[in-house]
Ligand binder design. Structure first.
Ligand code: NAD
Ligand code: IPM
Ligand code: MG
Length: 360
């Protein structure tokens, strides 16, 4: 029996996870997949219940599962807490404990949503980018870190650090991914200023020698951010560190129309974790307004990467395209004046499209 853990988390997390669970259960019934879904607590929900953003029992659930699906964590309620007690620490610890060093964030244009992108249609034509973000190193985890008050003045510090093994293993993931795609890899760094990323550039170049069939380009992160809106179709795979990857993937999401459309897979040696790239969206939480498609597409990535069920992943992706074809739009992807549906209705519509596929 395969076990999947859902960590809905905070804000819109429970709403988008309920929709994603409905979709997973629909394909599970159709394919008669022996699969159990269990739910656990991380983030603010876990802080409220256990005073710990990643209680030991949640970590244990994740370790024993075949795959993990996470909604989102965080929110204003917990923003004042000390760093170790913040909901986000639960997510970061989960990534670190499960050694999920490779975060794959695909950003593709859905033709039905061309009008939702803030860029002109001719600029986004053909955009199909895979951001490969290193997920367990960099300034997120570097020591020393801290904050103090010295003679009445506040100061705080973090450390950006990578060793060559960490860079090599994520570079390997990115080059292999590029081989299965259009064989172009753009490594993003700040090698003109930071030693860490100078090492990044050196090691990526070394790894690249084993992939002569992949065209390697290096860009500084400021230029990359600019190129992503100037001419996004030039990119195939973007390889970058934890911090730059966080920022550039949110930027890339806008090419597609909404951050509510971008799924992700966090992979390592063992089980994978799957999450939409967006956060808990406190501004729309509890209002049935969130777009659940990023989470539903994360379920598809889970079926493909962790559960060896690529055909079922394709069925979910086709069902998402179908509901977009039918004109269903949550508020974030609706054009001005277009009618909108809520989170639940969007989840139901994807489940209905799956059932329709089965009978046609
Ligand atoms: N992986 C995660 O759990 C994760 C990721 C990013 C941010 N966060 C946390 O989420 C909280 C809010 O952060 P933020 O506001 O900077 O980022 P956010 O991604 O939560 O929201 C940014 C904007 O995008 C909108 N949005 C996000 N997801 C959406 C969806 N599915 N459908 C429609 N609109 C959507 C929000 O309404 C908001 O206007 C913070 O506590 C932050 O730390 C968590
Ligand atoms: C919530 C936060 C820790 C997280 C990150 O920075 O990795 C989020 O922004 C993401 O993109 O998953
Ligand atoms: Mg982010």
């Amino acid at each position: 029996m395969t076990t999947v853990v859902f960590f809905p988390g905070d804000g819109i997390g429970p709403e988008i996870c309920a929709a994603a669970r409905r979709v997973l259960e629909t394909v599970q019934e159709q394919a008669e997949l022996p699969l159990t879904v269990v739910e656990g607590l991380v983030g603010g929900a876990a802080l409220d219940a256990h005073d710990d953003p990643l209680p030991p029992e949640s970590l244990e659930l994740a370790r024993r599962a075949d795959a993990v699906l996470l909604g989102a964590v965080g929110g204003p309620k917990w923003d004042g807490l000390p760093p170790a007690k913040r909901p986000e620490q639960g997510l970061l610890r989960l990534r670190k404990e499960l050694e999920l060093f490779a975060n794959l964030r695909p950003a593709q244009i859905f033709p039905q949503l061309r009008a939702a992108s803030p860029l002109r249609p001719e600029l986004i034509e053909g955009v199909d980018i895979l951001v490969v973000r290193e997920l367990t190193g960099d300034i997120y985890f570097g020591e020393p870190r801290g904050a103090e008050v010295v003679q009445g003045k506040r100061r705080a510090w973090n450390t950006m650090v990578y060793d060559e093994d960490e860079i090599r293993r994520i570079a390997e993931v990115a080059f292999r991914a590029a081989r299965d795609r259009r064989r172009r890899l753009c490594s993003v760094d700040k090698a003109n200023v930071l030693e860490t990323t100078r090492l990044w550039r050196e090691v990526v170049t070394e790894v690249g020698r084993d992939y002569p069939d992949v065209e390697l380009q290096h860009l500084y992160v400021d230029n990359a951010a600019m190129q992503l809106v100037r001419a996004p179709a030039q990119f195939d795979v973007i390889l970058t560190g934890n911090m730059f990857g966080d920022i550039l993937s949110d930027e890339a999401s806008q090419l597609t129309g909404s951050i509510g459309m971008l799924a992700s897979a966090s992979l390592g040696q063992g089980r994978g974790m799957y999450e939409p790239i967006h956060g808990s969206a406190p501004d729309i939480a509890g209002q049935d307004r969130a777009n659940p498609l990023a989470t539903i597409l994360s379920v598809a990535m889970m079926l493909r990467h962790s559960l060896d069920q690529a055909p079922l992943a394709e069925r979910i992706e086709a069902a998402v395209l179908r509901v977009l074809d039918q004109g269903l739009r949550t508020a974030d992807i609706a054009a001005a004046g277009e009618p909108v549906v809520g989170t639940q209705a969007m989840g139901e519509a994807v489940a209905a499209a799956l059932r329709e596929q089965a009978t046609s």
